[in-house]
Design a protein around this ligand. Sequence first.
Ligand code: CA
Length: 229
Amino acid sequence: MATILLIEDERELARVLTSYLENAGHVVLYAARGDDGYMLWQQKKPDLVLLDLNLPGMDGLDVAKEIRRQAETPIIMVTARVEEIDKLIGLELGADDYVSKPFSPREVVARIKTVLRRSGSAQVKAQILRVSDLEIDLDGHLALRNGVSIELTPTEFNILVVLATQPGRVFSRMQLLQAVQPDAYAYEGYERTVDAHIKNLRHKLELNPKEPVYVETVFGVGYRFSKTG
Ligand code: CA
């Protein structure tokens, strides 16, 4: 799990990539322009940048140079200009890898995994999980909404982390229970304790617990973290 900044002006391509990356468990930040993308990078400090070369606003090369001047954030360049690849990868620019268009989203996901593993940043930086206006500090066991900390029990916190790590994915009560209390899964009745934890979590998390915007109930199935928040 990592936060990936996708800077790509082809909307359809960006949409497909986003969905693949989210399915792989990543949090995706998106910008369609180079200058917007660079600003997002400054604000959010993602674990990796997936960067198109030809962009409106600010060229992909300039975005990469500017990022590299300030930080070690891994960069994967996306380009249709195959003849430029050598330059992109050189020390000169500091891109960590490239994919050439057209590519398969599956390939991109695999490349990202490799680059993250190589840089070791997934473990270090992904300790902070950001979804909509929530910030979840995995090391500090701390959840913040708009910068204000929310007091959660360890179980509530763990349920939140499981859900928020994969927004949109539906978890059954049993899956949530197994994730937070691995020893308890043998007891069917314990599934209902998940409902109690969710209820408490909502009371602390949601502005209106009766109309939850973060943790949604999927009737007959379980719970999911909202994609929109
Ligand atoms: Ca482009």
